[in-house]
Design a protein around this ligand. Structure first.
Ligand code: ADP
Ligand code: 5GP
Length: 191
């Protein structure tokens, strides 16, 4: 038995409830969240270094150039990436690390980290996804439209890839949280 930790990648369309599930997951398991770097603007209530590190485009490009990103992608016109150093260190220290990233990024991770686990969070329906995005109130109409258009494509890519072998429909939140907690515990060797 090695003491090396596990990497768990959680993806799914914007508005599916990844962030909501993740908050519960981190409370109920000993897993660590990998804080991404992004060029998108900070939303009200978001604090630097919590969900994201907020940087400008030049800084992001420099990090990519130096090979500091485990993966990175352009999502809705903004850059998002996972700093590799903290992830590799946490795994070496035996921790379970959670990445909440888009499918393009997930597929890059699949190539580099063959032992990782991939979870796709699905909305119960397109209509419900539209309602959730609207209810969250963080995007304008144009941005919501783009997110909805991308949703079907992202799900399709994830399923076709064969990489996302765990799929959780986020209909009843508590049930969805329990399913993801079970996956994380099983993969971490806690069950
Ligand atoms: P994501 O991180 O995938 O973009 P969020 O976690 O921000 O999505 O969730 C989008 C909205 O949907 C939020 O307002 C959240 O409270 C709501 N939501 C999440 N899960 C559920 C659920 N199971 N049922 C109803 N609403 C939900
Ligand atoms: P949001 O800006 O709504 O928080 O996130 C938008 C999208 O970017 C989501 O699909 C989220 O999973 C994705 N994302 C967040 N961080 C990263 C990252 O580090 N890498 C990649 N590839 N996608 C990310």
């Amino acid at each position: 038995m090695s003491n090396v930790g596990k990497l768990i990648v959680i993806s799914g369309p914007s508005g599916t409830g990844k962030g909501t599930i993740l908050r519960e997951l981190l409370e109920r398991t000993g897993a660590t969240f990998s804080v991404s770097v992004t060029t998108r603007r900070r939303r009200p209530g978001e604090r630097e270094g919590e969900a994201f590190y907020f940087v400008d485009r030049d800084t992001f490009a420099e990090m990519v150039r130096r090979g500091e990103m485990l993966e990175w992608a352009e999502v809705f016109g903004e850059m998002y990436g996972t700093p590799a150093g903290p992830v590799r260190k946490a795994i070496q220290d035996g921790k379970t690390v959670i990445l909440e990233i888009d499918v393009q990024g997930g597929l890059q991770v699949a190539k580099q980290m063959p032992g990782a686990t991939f979870v796709l969070i699905l909305p119960p329906s397109e209509e419900e996804l539209a309602r959730r995005l609207c209810g969250r109130g963080t995007e304008d109409q144009e941005s919501r439209k783009r997110r909805l258009e991308k949703a079907a494509e992202e799900i399709d890519t994830a399923i076709r890839s064969g990489v996302y072998n765990h799929r959780v429909v986020n209909d009843d939140l508590e049930k969805a949280v329990r399913k993801v907690v079970r996956i994380v515990n099983e993969e971490s060797g806690n069950e």
